[in-house]
Ligand binder design. Sequence first.
Ligand code: MC0
Length: 150
Amino acid sequence: MLTRIDHIGIACFDLDKTVEFYRATYGFEVFHSEVNEEQGVREAMLKINDTSDGGSSYLQLLEPTREDSAVGKWLAKNGEGVHHIAFGTADVDGDAEAIRSKDIRVLYDEPRIGSMGSRITFLHPKDTHGVLTELVTSAKPSADHSSAEH
Ligand code: MC0
């Protein structure tokens, strides 16, 4: 079951400048940052609030580490802006399979590693009314009120 907006992914050309914009304009601070080489991104997570499922919602600022990455290609075509939304779930495997059975393309056979050790997969934007959609199970089971083993 999808129980929160886990994050909104925002593509940017310069992560440090964009982080500073969100800090100076809104007062949001970096909660976590990392490089995910598999996804080709340098990212900063800005925590917005805790959610009723025991998790949290974030803005995720994304700078590509290479031009041929998903974010690099998208930026070249569209410029900066909202790249994807992510829903949080205690069971990314089960929810991905349930969605796949509705003939919506799930991009990975098995979830991959996302921000802060989470497990993630994506739905194809052409099957979701134009919105690249991610499903996320946090690394900490308590963040999803889940005892699911992975
Ligand atoms: C591409 N399209 C999008 C889109 N990206 N539509 C809406 N939102 C997006 N973000 C559209 C294009 O405009 C194009 O439509 C069609 O999809 C094919 O795009 P493409 O430019 O030819 O690119 P593809 O087909 O090579 O790749 C698109 C695809 C890819 C969605 C499969 O971006 C992908 O695998 N994304 C999932 C991984 C990802 O996004 N990683 C970065 C975030 P037209 O009409 O022009 O044909 S990593 C992350 O977020 C992690 C770290 C985390 O959360 O923890």
